[in-house]
Design a protein around this ligand. Structure first.
Ligand SMILES: Cc1cc2nc3c(=O)[nH]c(=O)nc-3n(C[C@H](O)[C@H](O)[C@H](O)COP(=O)(O)OP(=O)(O)OC[C@H]3O[C@@H](n4cnc5c(N)ncnc54)[C@H](O)[C@@H]3O)c2cc1C
Length: 262
């Protein structure tokens, strides 16, 4: 399947894949294009590029953290080609939109001979470059449930250099009215790592700083990143804490703004 081709053509050029047939999804008229609200969810077509996503008013309003992630993918040229669903299906551990989709509880709509099935993004990605897709199936859309109650989420990442680079670590933090945060971590394990601050020790704004830091240590300490060309495991662990604190503060601001708008 070729959507924007920004990952696929790299694989073809490096002879990592040698398909007999390449199907350009953009030419399949039965795949509806666009972004629309259906049954309380935002449905984003497999044809939607990062550039279109970032400019869409519905996405900006309901899912600001997704805009933050899509807006750092590659360069303007890449974002004009790269699709959201290509980013999911490529299943790179460093994919920027995937942690955000996991926090927002997004699912993919898979179409095949047997009809449609819906799979949560967190389950759809099974490992490094491994997805829950059978022969004869393709992903036609991604569905994001629109939060019914106040919700705040924020995304951030660390890269080796400014400009075009893949994430050394990336992270999305979401927080609902219960005040308990959910974190999704990228580039620290083959699959996205979804962690919940179940006892609220990290996300309780009224708690003493030491208690919050201990909660944060306990939470991101569950990640076991590796050392590779982009960073050492120690650096990744240190940066996860920075990103978690930063995105939590941003998500809490958004949670409060949401309350003011309703
Ligand atoms: C210079 C450069 C910079 C980049 N920077 C970033 C970055 O900062 N952050 C980041 O996350 N990524 C980055 N990427 C990776 C890439 O741009 C993204 O992963 C992009 O979203 C992939 O989308 P695409 O439409 O181009 O996918 P394609 O290359 O068309 O497809 C990717 C894979 O998904 C499969 N696929 C696509 N659509 C479907 C479908 N509907 N159903 C089933 N399978 C499908 C394809 O068969 C292929 O295996 C970068 C790439 C380049 C070349």
């Amino acid at each position: 399947m070729l959507a924007g081709g920004t990952d696929l053509t790299v694989g073809l050029r490096h002879h990592l894949i040698a398909p007999k047939v390449v199907i350009d999804l953009k030419r399949i008229n039965d795949i509806a294009a666009g972004i629309e609200i259906t049954d309380g969810s935002l449905r984003i077509s497999a044809k939607t590029t990062m550039a279109k996503l970032v400019r869409n008013a519905l996405v900006q309003h309901h899912f600001p953290a997704l805009v933050e992630a899509a807006d750092v993918v590659g360069s303007p040229q890449i974002r004009n080609r790269a699709t959201l669903i290509g980013n999911i299906c490529n299943a790179s551990p460093a994919a920027d939109t995937v942690p955000v989709l996991c926090v927002y509880g997004a699912s993919v709509i898979v179409y095949g001979k047997g009809g449609e099935r819906e799979v949560a993004v967190v389950d759809f990605i099974q490992g490094n470059r491994k997805i829950d897709l059978q022969r004869g199936e393709l992903v036609v859309a991604v569905k994001l449930p629109i939060p019914k109650t106040a919700y705040g989420a924020a995304f951030d990442r660390v890269t080796r250099r400014r400009g075009v680079d893949l994430a050394t670590v990336n992270l999305c933090c979401g927080i609902g009215p219960s005040g308990r945060a959910v974190l999704a971590l990228g580039a620290v394990s083959p699959r996205p790592l979804l962690l919940e601050d179940a006892d609220g020790a990290f996300s309780n704004i009224d708690a003493a700083a030491a208690e919050r830091m201990a909660g944060l240590d306990g939470l991101v300490g569950q990640a076991a990143p590796i050392s590779d060309v982009r960073a050492s495991a120690d650096y990744r662990r240190a940066m996860l804490k920075v990103l978690a604190e930063r995105t939590l503060a941003h998500a809490q601001d958004r949670l409060q703004e949401w309350g003011q708008n309703v």
